[in-house]
Every structure is written in C-alpha cells, then in structure tokens.
Ligand binder design. Structure first.
Ligand code: KIV
Ligand code: ZN
Length: 455
C-alpha cells in the first residue's frame, strides 16, 4: 500500500523573477511561447510578469492571461493602488487570475528603502490586500526579505493580510540568506503563530545566493509549505531562484525523503530548458543538475562500461524521464573500449576484438591531443586504420608495434599497476536487484576484460 502524498503547487516565476536575471528579458511573443511550454510542462501557476513595470510587460501578461487557460496566471504588484489596478487590468480575462502583492517587512528595507515604520508597513499591507481582494478572489501576499524580518513582526503582518483576504502567504528568502534548518523552523513558527493560517497556502520563494535555494525550498515543504516558487534552469535575480527541475526531480528520485507529488510532466523539463536558453541566448551551465548538457554524459571508461551494462550503475534517473533524448557517452581519453565499440556500431562499423584494439590505441592517442573525440574524428580514424598503407595522410602518427603493445602501460610518474586480482562480480546491482547469474566461463572472462578495459 502506498502512502498518500501531499500535492505541491508549482508556481513558476521564470517569466517574472527569472526575467530579472541579466540578459534574460523577453518580449511578448517570446513570453507567450514559453508560457505555452510551461503549460505543457504542467506548472500550476505561471507568474507572467509585473504589469506596472512596462507597457510591454503589461501586454505580455494580458496576452498570456487570455490564451493560456489551464494554469493560474499571476501578475506581480507592489502594495499600492496603481500597481494592483494595473495588474488586475492585465489579468482580468484570465480563466484563473491571481494578484501577487509584495511589501518588504525587514527593518533594513523599511528604514533604508521604504522609509516607513513597522506600523505603516502593517497598515499598507492590509490596505493593499483589501484592494486586491475586492478585484480578484485569488490573492497572494509576499513579505519581501522575510528571512531577515523580526519573526514577531512578520507574524503580525501575515495575520493582518490573512484577515484582509490573502489566500496564499509566500515567504521569500529574497537575498538567499537562510539555511534549510532555519527556514524550516520559520515555516513552523508561522504555522504555529499566525491566526487563520490553516485556511491559506504557505509558499516558499528561495534565492540561490549561497547555493541553497533548492534545499531551503525542500525544507519549507517538509515543514508544511504547499507551494514552491521556482524557475526553469534556476534563472532569476542575482544568483537565481530555486530551480524547478531540481525540486521536482528531488521529489521523484527520493520519494523516501520527500513524499510529495507535483503535476509536472517530467518529459517536458528538458524541452522547456532548451526553449528558455534558445529564447534568452543564455546557455545552460554544462554541469547544471538535470538540464545541463553533461547531466547525463559519461566520459570515464569505468562509468561508460557500467552505464552500458546497466544505467542504474551511474544514473539515478533516466534521461528520458526528464525529456533528454539519450544519455550521451562522451568519447575522451578516459573512455574505454566498450563505449568506443558501441559508438563505432552506432556509426555503422562493427569490429572484432583485435580490430577494435587497434582502433582503440589510435583513439587514445588522438583523445590525448584533442580532448573530445567527435563522430567525424572517429570516422576519419576508422577509415585511416583500415585504408591501404601509405595511401593518405594519417590523422595521427602510426603506432610502432612495440609501443602499440604497451599503449596502456603507465607513463611518467604514474605508479605501476596493482597486480591484477581475480575479478569479483557484484552480487547485486544498484537498488539491490540481483545480478543475473552467468555460468559461462567465456562470458565471465569477457565481463572481467570489459571491466578492466573500461579504465
Ligand atoms: O525575492 C523576492 O522577495 C521576490 C518577491 C517579489 C516575491 O521576488
Ligand atoms: Zn525573488
């Protein structure tokens, strides 16, 4: 029997906070295109923009509100009438509109930025929510810089806005300052102290200045938050926001730790990431979890060999589950014969062990020179290895036979290899799946060689 999983609302703010990353601003057609992809991705809320910020953003929010009908469409507004009225103007044709009002509550912001007292702040928040509520049933309130706000004052403001009609309380870690235990405790405090909290949804909005945005968002969920605000590829102001794909996949890969579900269609994650990168012209960091080009690439021979035998050896989720077409074996100097043989087969060449040996030695020498061996290099190398001697310029120098036989011996200061031990096949694969038994000694010999070759 599987335990009931709490449903987490995914509030995507790629088109608002994400757009605030340098170089990531988008025009109306671009926002509209991405909004359709976010719809396919299955997000629950699309924060489409900040309508008062510019006419362009107003038009973009309005366009998205009128054509993207399944998710809630939110528009951001400061806690003042012109912002709230403008946001409503942009949102009023949405099937499911939400006005998102924010006002800073930390003393630093009140004193230096807003130049108002705590009493004025509380009154302004209450008035703003009353106005928003008079226009729209679904109203979210964010106390900006909540994690640096005095908790007693924070709870008073939250209580006032709940009373005024807010339906979601979003707790922003605006400057990416908090840590998971502290943020979880803050959510617990809010749940214990704010009157009426049981009737509203608590949300987490985490920035990544210390690289803890996803961990903080997950800690908030564990403490009772039921909405996460996040962006594709983790883009956003400064170091960015919590990454949607990382939060969602943490829940999917580790349901034993995060027993929650979302409406996200995993296979649409990578297409969304690619589309965002294409629209903004901002590339995804290669080692970015889930969506980076190296996230499912394996270069080391031992890893390639393992993944080819069973992907569970080095992959905790399948590339297909997040819409990545295939896991790519990167051919470089750490690659082994197993991966090389497979790539040759994919290119239409099948070699027996000795022929592959020959190609492998040349391949390693080439990889030493050029780092990453692309398919066209490999094709050239295959043709070169198999053409009549002396008929064309070789891609790499021919290997003298004495050297060839020691192609895998250590060089320089490398220690001599350990005496080879008999290969002990593991009894179970990852996640305890029993390894199929092979009584065939020929097979075991091959397995052992593959393992050693993989290096
Ligand atoms: O980081 C922040 O505080 C925000 C609010 C507007 C929610 O983006
Ligand atoms: Zn933010």
């Amino acid at each position: 029997m599987t335990a009931e999983r709490a449903r987490i609302t995914v509030f995507d703010t790629t088109l608002r906070d994400g757009e605030q990353s340098p170089g990531c601003s988008m025009n109306r057609p671009e926002k509209l295109r991405l909004a359709h992809q976010l719809d396919r991705l299955g997000v629950d809320v699309i924060e489409a923009g900040f309508p008062i910020a510019s006419d362009g953003d107003f038009e973009a929010v309005k366009a998205i509100a009128s054509v993207v009908r399944r998710p809630i469409i939110a528009g951001l507004a400061r806690a003042c009438a012109p912002d709230i009225e403008r946001a409503w103007e942009a949102l009023k044709n949405a099937a499911h509109p939400r006005i998102h009002v924010f006002l800073a509550t930390s003393d630093i912001h009140l004193q230096y930025k807003l130049r108002i007292t705590r009493e004025q702040c509380l009154a302004q928040a209450r008035e703003a929510i009353r106005l928003a509520k008079s226009l729209c049933a679904d109203v979210e309130f964010s106390p900006e810089d909540a994690t640096r706000t005095d908790p007693d004052f924070l709870c008073s403001v939250l209580e006032a806005v709940v009373e005024a009609g807010a339906t979601t309380l979003n707790i922003p870690d605006t400057v990416g300052y908090t840590v998971p235990t502290e943020f979880g405790a803050l959510i617990t405090t809010i749940r214990q102290r704010v009157k009426g909290i049981e009737n509203v949804v608590i949300s987490a909005h985490c920035h990544n200045d210390l690289g803890m945005a996803v961990a903080n968002a997950l800690a908030a969920v564990a403490a009772g938050a039921r909405q996460v605000e996040c962006t594709i590829n983790g883009i956003g102001e400064r170091a960015g926001n919590a990454s949607l794909e990382e939060i969602v996949m943490a829940m999917r890969v580790r349901p034993d730790k995060f027993a929650y579900e979302t409406g996200i269609v995993g296979e649409q994650i990578f297409p969304a990431s690619q589309m965002l990168s294409e629209i903004t012209g901002v590339p995804v960091q290669p080692n970015k979890a889930i969506t980076g080009r190296n996230a499912f690439a394996h270069e080391a021979g031992i890893h390639q060999d393992g993944v080819l035998k069973n992907p569970l050896t080095y992959e905790i989720m399948t590339p297909q589950s997040v819409g990545v077409p295939d896991s790519r074996l990167v051919l470089g100097k750490h690659s082994g014969r197993h991966a090389l043989g497979i790539r040759c087969e994919q290119l239409g060449y099948q070699f027996d062990r000795h022929a592959l040996d020959d190609i492998y030695r040349r391949f390693v020498r080439l990889a030493d020179k050029i780092k990453k061996v692309e398919d066209h290099h490999l094709l050239e190398l295959i043709r070169d290895t198999h053409k009549p001697r002396g008929s064309a310029t070789p891609l790499i120098d021919p290997i003298p036979s004495a050297k060839a036989s020691s192609a895998n011996t250590p060089v320089g200061n490398m220690p001599p290899p350990e005496p080879s031990k008999p290969f002990q096949p593991p009894q179970t694969q990852a996640f305890g799946v029993p390894v199929p038994a092979h009584s065939d000694p020929q097979h075991e010999q091959t397995q052992q060689e593959d393992y050693l070759w993989g290096v």
